[in-house]
Design a protein around this ligand. Structure first.
Ligand SMILES: *Cc1c(COP(=O)(O)O)cnc(C)c1O
Length: 495
């Protein structure tokens, strides 16, 4: 049976999976959501016997029903190969009372690789299926990690161009170096004088500009998105939760059917939403523990039912979570509103105009499986140091936010359910913040001295992604005002 996607803002707007992937965003700023989520058609025990690719196929085929088996297997096999530094793709590591699901073994060493290594294949397949002849222009806003992962995924992919906007002063030095050294004639990287929300708002504006889109079509271009607003990002992210669960079944740590908790360091709410969708598919998840840094909009939302972005934007040591408008929360709001597009649109309009909205008590009751927590900068650093000293395991700052919130959750609830923590980046990507957490004296050293010291302390091999940028020349140095993003797009496309 064909699964249909609908806009969260207009129940009349529908799309097949491939069309939803191609468009990225629905009209009027809506997001595509699956009309229903199909249940697994193989048992958890059987999934436990499969490797990552096979699990991926069995999850994704249920969500992308207009892809043929051959098309989908081609996408999966092309994505999850030796670009990852381990055959397991996403290893599960037991440390300090939890299971760390290491999602950073791809080519850019952040969890964004899990979806962005497959998105280019999903997108070009979708273009073929829908007889698209325009060149596809991937327009991306990044808080640091999506940008590089999308650039790596789309560099030199025929029929595509990719433009990435990042907050000039809002990413880590390594993140910036990774992006501005990107090769590929079809790539363009722009720093903006503004924060991530400004970049995301600017990109969404270009997507929704009907006149602009019509004009570009006359020039042979059409936009698509590599952000997690694209359903082609979310579906591949469901896979690793199923994979992690079934590894615990395979190892005998749990029995098929037992519940687990997941803890997700959250920014745009894509990663945790993928877990929520996986539960709807039949994965036994007890609690979704949503971990925020000091930009704790989501913590406040889960506590009060009021979403309020009217607050100071704080630059933290977990920059990929420095977000005040969590785009994918809209998909959850739509669902807890009873899949009611009109009701959702009303709330999103309020968010746009007043910067806040409040959900009803009835909707709030639907959030009982979520637990919101946050970690301060000091707590994040303490957590890195503590787990290093107890277990010799060095985690990155984002993962540390999650680990800290998990500690708080256990202290508050006493819940002993086995728990998977989404480990979203390699510590090498945030070396300075990580090393300063262990000892403030490290701050004197250069970025690459710190890399070598991290290698010495952790015994973990320096990833190729880091070796690559030690000497790579800068290829992108455009910086623009947040109001001039469209001009840069036009310049790059020559229109
Ligand atoms: C993007 C990112 C996050 C946040 O994920 P969302 O899906 O946006 O909630 C957390 N940690 C790291 C390292 C990231 O790159």
């Amino acid at each position: 049976m064909e699964l249909i996607y609908k806009s969260t803002r207009n129940s009349e707007e529908t799309a097949t999976a491939s069309l939803a992937i191609l468009k990225g965003l629905a009209n009027e700023g809506g997001l595509f959501v699956p009309d229903s989520i199909p249940a697994f058609d193989v048992s958890l025990e059987d999934l436990a016997k499969m490797d990552y690719r096979e699990v991926a196929y069995n999850v994704m085929k249920l969500m992308l029903t207009d892809f043929t088996e051959e098309e989908l297997r081609h996408c999966i096999n092309s994505a999850y190969d030796d670009k990852f530094d381990t055959k397991e793709i996403a290893p599960l590591v037991k440390k300090a009372g939890a299971y760390y699901l290491e999602l950073f073994h791809g080519s850019t060493i952040a969890f964004k690789d899990m979806a962005l290594s497959i998105l280019p294949y999903l997108l070009t397949t979708s273009a073929k299926k829908n007889n698209v002849e325009n060149e596809i222009v991937i327009l991306t806003a990044t808080s640091g990690d999506t940008g590089k992962a999308a650039l790596a995924g789309f560099a030199d992919v025929p029929g595509t161009k990719i433009i990435v906007f990042y907050p000039k002063n809002g990413v880590s030095p390594i993140q910036e170096k990774q992006m501005v050294t990107q090769k590929g004639d079809n790539t363009f990287v722009v720093g903006i004088t503004g924060n991530f929300d400004d970049a995301q708002t600017g990109v969404k504006k270009m997507f929704s500009d009907v006149e602009l889109n019509d004009y570009l079509a006359t020039k042979g271009y059409q936009f698509s998105s590599a952000n997690s607003i694209n359903i082609g990002r979310l579906v591949p992210q469901m896979v690793y939760y199923v994979y992690a669960y079934t590894r615990l079944v395979a190892s005998g740590d749990i029995k098929a059917g037992d519940k687990i908790n997941v803890v997700v360091p959250t920014g745009n709410f894509g990663n945790i939403l993928a877990a929520y969708y996986a539960k709807a598919m039949g994965l036994p998840i007890n609690k979704f523990i949503c971990a925020s840094n000091e930009n704790k909009v989501l913590f406040d939302f889960f506590a009060t039912g009021n979403y309020d972005r009217n607050r100071e934007f704080i630059l933290t040591t977990s920059p990929s979570m420095d977000i005040l408008i969590s785009s994918n929360l809209e998909r959850l709001i739509y669902r807890i509103a009873g899949n009611d597009a009109a009701k959702n649109k009303e709330l999103m309009t309020a968010l746009n105009s007043q910067g806040e909205y409040t959900i009803t008590d009835e909707m709030k009751a639907e959030l009982k499986d979520f637990f919101g927590g946050y970690a301060s900068e000091a707590e994040t650093a303490e957590t890195i140091k503590k787990v290093y000293e107890s277990d010799g395991y060095i985690m990155d700052t984002h993962t540390a936010v999650a680990a800290n919130v998990y500690d708080k959750y256990v202290a508050e609830t006493g819940d002993k359910t086995p728990t998977v923590i989404a480990s979203t980046a390699s510590p090498y990507k945030f070396t300075r913040s990580v090393m300063n957490s262990i000892d403030a004296a490290y701050d004197k050293q250069t970025d690459f001295e710190l890399v070598d010291e991290l290698n010495r302390l952790s015994g973990v091999k320096v990833p190729q992604a880091i070796e690559d940028i030690r000497t790579a020349p800068v290829r992108h140095n455009t910086v623009c005002d947040k109001d001039a993003m469209l001009d840069e797009v036009k310049k790059f496309l020559g229109v």
